[in-house]
Write a protein that binds this ligand. Structure first.
Ligand code: LLP
Length: 415
């Protein structure tokens, strides 16, 4: 479950890791492939033409993306560079989805150079888009009025969310798209991230069918797809259970079976665009204990802080931590990084193997929203990324930064 380092990297010699400068991200190619195949197989069992887009914002290292491309998965892109990256990695661009928000005109110009599926976050951008060109396939991100996520910051539907088009307007929006000459249409929702309950996916699928029934079916539109977004969760805490994928797809299928035949929308495919589910538990951060301080609390200070992994400071997110030594005794610690912010402390006191300065630590479930949210705060270099391949090779897939990288774009200054 991504909480036991040796089962994630069974043949990796920790002594080899000790020689590398820390901290660094480490991913298992096998685990990523297993995650993709498990999701595809389960999805296709219920929906033979199930379409999976990987939300590459979760981890966009080109070497990781190559794995997705080889497994026949397309991507969901959230910025022009992500689409340009997908093109460079040779994903079939017509299957790739672009879901941005609050774009500039220049963003649209860049995106529309590719015949991808364009997913609009606001119908009022239609005039600008159509003045550039009629998108090959167009969909709209509808805010269904409900949202759910593991932390408030990752709820993306409902009245407080900045995303999507209010569902009440769906009829007008799709009518306008038809009038403007849109040929192929789809519908999209994304209500929140890191959800572990299969019932949630039942609820949002019901909801999107309610919206379609009320606003879209009367327009006699043949929908190419119904995209219910990402949001598939992973257990970060030892006591949490994995998301039951079978039950999730069974739930979604039950809604399609009971409702689709009563509607006038053709035979839309089911599409999804998870990020976290596919990569989170395939990656760890390997960090080093730098100092243990006996203060009002016992702090274990390591070299991976909020500039390496932002989630604990930003969302109070829990990440499981393992001390990679042979100690028999345990001790309680508050685990912190080296950044000058008091939020650079992992939430909750942890019971860990008794640690010594120099010991390696594994921070689990760091494969998603890890490196991509890292920063140079406090002028810390961003870490390296390594891939433990199926052939049991440790490949560097991003070199560690050097100080000059932080100042590369500063004019009239040479490091
Ligand atoms: N599609 C759209 C339009 C999204 O905005 C997102 C994530 C996804 C798909 C993928 O969601 P996932 O399957 O990974 O839940 N930084 C946060 C997560 C923010 C998610 C934002 N949108 C975190 O570290 O938990």
């Amino acid at each position: 479950m991504g909480r036991d380092f040796l089962s994630l990297f069974p043949d990796l010699d920790i002594e080899d890791l000790r020689k590398l400068p820390s901290p660094f991200y480490l991913y298992s190619e096998q685990k990523i492939r297993n995650n993709i195949q498990h999701l595809l197989q389960t999805g296709k069992k219920y929906f033979p033409d199930f379409h999976l887009h990987y939300a590459l914002k979760a981890n966009g290292n080109p070497h990781i993306l190559k794995i997705f491309q080889q497994e026949g998965v397309s991507v969901d892109c959230s910025a022009p560079v992500e689409l340009e990256l997908a093109h460079r990695i040779d994903f079939p661009i017509e299957d790739c989805l672009y879901t941005g928000n609050y774009e500039s005109q220049e963003d649209f110009q860049r995106v529309l150079q590719y015949d991808c599926i364009l997913n609009l976050d606001d119908a009022r951008r239609m005039a600008e888009v159509f003045s550039i060109k009629i998108p090959e396939v167009l969909s709209f991100r509808i805010n269904p009025g409900i949202g759910r996520g593991a932390h408030e910051g990752i709820v993306t539907g409902g009245e407080k969310a900045k995303f999507g088009i209010p569902h009440e307007l769906s009829g007008e929006v799709y009518s306008e798209a038809l009038e403007r000459g849109a040929k192929k249409l789809g519908i999209h929702i994304m209500t929140g991230s890191n959800v572990l309950e299969p019932e949630h996916f039942l609820q949002i699928t019901e909801r999107i069918f309610d919206i379609i029934e009320e606003h879209i079916s009367p327009l006699n539109i043949q929908l190419e797809f119904i995209n219910i977004g990402g949001g598939l969760g992973v257990p970060y805490r030892p006591e949490e259970k994995t998301l039951d994928l079978e039950a999730t797809f069974r739930n979604i299928k039950s809604v399609f079976d009971s409702r689709l035949s009563k509607l006038n929308i053709g035979q839309p495919k089911l599409a999804m665009e998870p990020g976290r589910y596919l990569v989170a538990d395939a990656g760890c951060i390997v960090a080093r204990v730098q100092h243990i301080k006996e203060s009002y609390r016992r702090f274990l200070g390591m070299d991976a802080g909020m500039s390496t992994l932002l989630r604990p400071a930003m969302y109070q997110a829990y990440h499981h931590i393992e001390v990679l030594n042979q100690a028999k005794d345990e001790e309680n610690y508050y685990v912190c990084g080296q950044i000058c912010e008091n939020s650079d402390v992992f939430p909750e006191e942890r019971r860990l193997k008794k640690a010594q300065v120099g010991d390696l630590l594994a921070i689990h479930n760091a494969g998603a929203y890890g490196f991509c949210m890292a920063s140079h705060y406090n002028h810390r270099e961003r870490p390296a990324e390594y891939l433990w391949t199926q052939n049991k090779e440790l490949n560097v897939i991003r070199k560690p930064e050097v100080p000059a990288d932080m100042f590369r774009n500063v004019p009239d200054f040479q490091w």
